[in-house]
Design a protein around this ligand. Structure first.
Ligand code: NAP
Length: 290
């Protein structure tokens, strides 16, 4: 029976460390870190994620605001907003909530951010810094995953980490992180064209599922004793639930927990860590700005 990795509790630990850090920073006479969140359109899921991020920031003593724009905003207007935020000495971190409406090119928008204010770590400069082992912002979800492993005392050195998913948000940056000498894992990244996927998964000491497919990882894909990190957030319609749906991961949790050594639940695993790492990155951004 697996040990359940309590992402909420570990995230609370990180958040309280950030709160202490912010308190020291302001006690030294600095203004609190300031996070600007850009929200375009009225996607209810995005609005709810943004509310969660702002609330968590406030709890940590980080100042901030949500800049809301109509879905019809032009790319030129949005780029000009980003320029103003880049130039403002009061803004430590800028986050553009994705996805953006179809007429906006998100890669052009992200490219306009000052990389030293890119607290989501999505700018190509930060991606480059990550693969070259240089100092920079690491995307919050993979940063949260390595923090979960580290704080749960799950060894990574020489371990085979298999990552399902090669997105720029999760899979690829996580592979770069786990390859760092600090973690020394042996990493395999899988995607939709990977052959013999179940066999590859069965060789994993650490299996990370980040594909967005409900219960894709079944018990027969798990090596007994492995650490299973479930990044997936999938919405399953269910009229029996108050909201008409529930959220579940990429792993068949009930079956997997019988075999695995460690496992993260969904919700309450990786998700809370993503927000905690955003706060940590925002504090770092404030220090960079001085
Ligand atoms: P994404 O950009 O859609 O990437 C999905 C990846 O999964 C792609 O590399 C894709 O392969 C691969 N894939 C899809 N179907 C597959 C299959 N049948 N077999 C093997 N690989 C398959 O997704 P993402 O942004 O990384 O997000 C993944 C999941 O994590 C989603 O459920 C998302 O909601 C969740 N998420 C959670 C958090 C959190 O804080 N907990 C944060 C970010 C994302 P190809 O490249 O070949 O298409």
């Amino acid at each position: 029976m697996a040990t359940i990795i309590d992402g909420k509790a570990i995230a609370a630990e990180v958040r309280s460390e950030v709160r202490e850090d912010v308190a020291k920073w302001t006690a030294d006479g600095h203004a609190p870190p300031y996070l600007a969140v850009i929200l375009v359109g009225d996607n209810p899921a995005s609005a709810s994620y943004v509310r969660g991020k702002i609330k968590a920031s406030q709890d940590a003593g980080i100042a901030g605001d949500t800049l809301k724009f109509d879905a019809s905003i032009s790319e030129k207007a949005l780029l000009s907003v980003i320029q103003d935020l880049n130039d403002s000495p009061h803004v430590s971190g800028i986050l553009v909530q994705l996805p953006l409406p179809g007429h906006l090119d998100s890669s052009r928008i992200i490219a306009a951010l000052n990389p030293d204010k890119d607290v989501d770590g999505l700018h190509t400069v930060n991606a480059g810094r990550l693969v070259t082992d240089s100092q920079g912002f690491v995307p919050c979800t993979p940063a949260g995953i390595v923090e979960l492993l580290r704080r749960s005392n799950i060894p990574t050195e020489g371990q085979h980490a298999v990552i399902l998913g090669r997105s720029h948000l999760v899979g690829r940056p996580l592979a770069s992180l786990l390859l760092r000498k600090q973690y020394n894992a042996t990493v395999t990244v899988c995607h939709s064209r990977t052959k013999n996927l179940p066999e590859v998964c069965r060789t994993a000491d650490i299996l990370v599922a980040a594909i967005g497919r409900t219960h894709f990882v079944s018990a027969d894909m798990i090596k007994p004793g492995a650490a299973i990190i479930d990044v997936g957030i999938n919405r399953v319609e269910d009229p029996k639930h108050k909201r008409g749906y529930y959220l579940t991961g990429d792993v068949d949790y009930n079956a997997a927990k019988e075999l695995a050594g460690y496992i993260t639940p969904v919700p309450g695993g990786v998700g809370p860590m993503t927000i905690a790492m955003l706060l940590k990155n925002t504090m770092t951004a404030a220090k960079l700005l001085g």
